[in-house]
Design a protein around this ligand. Structure first.
Ligand code: FES
Length: 138
């Protein structure tokens, strides 16, 4: 009996050791279809308490799956959905780029892929500023 239990347990451990890495590698290799960015059409009132932080260069907010950033070159709006596997990108004011915390994708402020595993650029939206109102569309 002891020998039989040992063989069963050993088989289970060996089986797990063989299967687990292949599951991990498969999920990394497939990557799935690139997450798609939404079409949007919305406005942000920079005078409202909710969005006042956007008046400061280097700050950003998320709305409707879009990241809106106040850069030194003006406002930009890009999809916040990383094109690799859909994590949320964040703006890095020091490098003036967008970085994905999941696997290291890096995009420039136009959404172009600058590094990492992202297969396609971030969708870029038009931003029109009229007084305190930002209109984001695309
Ligand atoms: S989800 Fe993989 S790099 Fe962004």
């Amino acid at each position: 009996m002891k020998r039989r239990k040992f063989i069963i347990k050993s088989g289970a451990i060996v089986g797990l050791a063989v299967v687990a890495p292949s599951l991990f590698l498969e999920s990394c290799a497939k990557g799935g279809a690139s997450p798609s960015a939404p079409n949007v059409n919305f406005k942000i009132d920079l005078s409202s308490a909710q969005y006042q932080s956007l008046n400061t260069v280097g700050n950003y907010i998320y709305k409707n799956n879009v990241i809106v950033v106040n850069t030194t070159q003006g406002f930009i709006a890009l999809s916040k959905i990383c094109t690799h596997q859909g994590c949320t990108v964040a703006y890095n004011r020091n490098a003036n780029d967008l970085q994905c915390p999941c696997h290291g994708a890096v995009y420039n402020d136009s959404g172009k892929v600058m590094g990492g595993p992202a297969p396609t650029p971030l969708k870029k939206y038009s931003v029109v500023k009229n007084g305190n109102i930002l209109a984001i569309k695309g």
